[in-house]
Design a protein around this ligand. Sequence first.
Ligand SMILES: Cc1cc2nc3c(=O)[nH]c(=O)nc-3n(C[C@H](O)[C@H](O)[C@H](O)COP(=O)(O)OP(=O)(O)OC[C@H]3O[C@@H](n4cnc5c(N)ncnc54)[C@H](O)[C@@H]3O)c2cc1C
Length: 574
Amino acid sequence: MRHLGEVVDKRGYVVNPKRQRQLEIPSYIITSSPCHTFISFLLSISNKKRAMVVYLEQRFPAHDQTTNSSDDHQIQSDLNICRELESQGIPITTSNGRPDRDFGGLTKDSKTLAIIHPLTAHQISAVLRAAVASPTLTVAPCGNAHSIHGQAFAHRGIVLDMPAMPTSGKVTLAGAGDFADVGAGATWEEVLKRCVGEHGMAPRSWTDYLGLTVGGTVSNAGVSGQAFRHGPQSSNVMEMEVVTGNGDVVVCSERQNSDLFFAVLGGLGQFGVITKATIALQPAPTTVRWIRLVYTEFSAFAGDAEFLVTQPESNSFDYVEGFVFVNSDDPVNGWPSVPIGSGQVFDQAEIPRTAGPVLYCLELVLHYKNKGDDSASVDKIVDVRLQRLRYCRDLRFEVDVSYVEFLLRVKHVEQKAVANGTWHTPHPWLNLFVSQRDIADFDRLIFKKILKDGIGGPMLVYPLIKSKWDSRTSVVLPEGEIFYIVALLRFSGPNNTGPTVDNMVAQNQEIIRCCAEHGFDFKLYLPHYRTTEQWKAHFGDQWSRFVDRKSRFDPMAILAPGQRIFSRAHPSYL
Ligand SMILES: Cc1cc2nc3c(=O)[nH]c(=O)nc-3n(C[C@H](O)[C@H](O)[C@H](O)COP(=O)(O)OP(=O)(O)OC[C@H]3O[C@@H](n4cnc5c(N)ncnc54)[C@H](O)[C@@H]3O)c2cc1C
């Protein structure tokens, strides 16, 4: 499945065709070897970062040398299906037996058989219909593989490279300009640039990091500091084009094919491949006031955060998040992680001696609403809205930045992490939704004890409002109107500095165990489980609805096998 003229990077990995257009003119290497180590060697001796590789033979190399003969037979037969798809003009490449790798970097045992770079929804339909012919072939829609636990992989199956769809780069305004039609493989950054840059309009609900794809986040939820007001991104989708596991191309919305619409939102890729989405927009501000307030007591922090997320818009902010940090001078986990403007300094003398091992930071943003707003008038509004909050008065940091700069704030973190080598190391992240009832105990047992020394990255915690989430989608949440998102965004050192990845994974397990042992009402966000029993427990009374949706929209359990919910051999609804 190697393509003639395929572009590979220095590691010998195939470069996404969409990105190839951005490359400089490559040099050429002619080889008959499918071995990426050999290609890397050729590149290194030619002193090139990337090159066009012209393969002379072996377009469909043997996939996995370690398989037994009946496996081999099945793999060959699945490769024949891929050849047939290629002969229909569907672009295919192979990962050539190398293990799959996502942002988490924790999954060691997954190898993709073929990567399809679909041009149209109908090509995706052809792939899914062809997969039915095999007893084993699975198909995983893949955004930018920012998953942690291999959720976008298909071991010995087909991965759909969604950003390669030509619609992924397209964002078109619809309605009276208050909706955007976007390709599901588009990143939120692309959506930002087109909507805000060209039309002054913006999606209402974001994620913190915008290198994620639209299809990937709405298949989970998509949460950031706007979700308390507008709900997650999955609550802001008006219509989608979806290819079901049966291969049907269906347009769905709240009014049309609504069962499929709600199944797919938060559906973990289980019910269909989203190819397009229509997203609600609102006028974008040009500038925002970005504020950080420090608290020493969790009760004051949580009380103020809950107050703000339940106030009317006229008495609150446009973005409310929060994080926990270590009460020390540690540059990553401690005081220096709080100031936002250049030259701002965290004066530790302002921290009372009685403060505990961790402190809390409420992060707020106010949009400049009117064209005439100036910094002084925004000062007044901010002062009034902060008046009753109980933060440490001398530990308030604020800065005015452009709206786009604020939304791209994590891109700077990415650039730094790429430069220091921590973007490509494993990331054993843990994301949870914890009920309001249990969040103070979570703080007492987990933030103040297990995580008192930090995690080498942000520890987010902020409240969300359940009524802003549509209960008809496939997402499951804790009980109660208010619940918290807790995001432990761990980074591991490039040179084995700091705790090992195994230790970080073990600490995540300890946290989950602690929540279970104390009877906390919590759900994993971006969930990952290994057994059907665990998935049943996760979905609780929504499990039968989830299974019913699977039996209707993907009865052969072909889609998104990396979630490990259903298996082709034993779909648990049979
Ligand atoms: C640096 C970073 C920051 C993050 N910040 C946030 C945040 O602020 N808020 C938040 O909510 N999440 C955040 N996430 C998590 C993110 O939402 C998930 O990683 C999500 O999976 C999106 O990533 P992706 O687009 O690369 O999807 P992938 O990882 O490629 O896919 C995720 C799942 O969705 C399925 N899928 C992908 N595309 C489609 C499609 N078109 N149709 C159907 N199914 C599809 C896949 O099969 C897979 O099961 C962050 C992740 C990272 C790495």
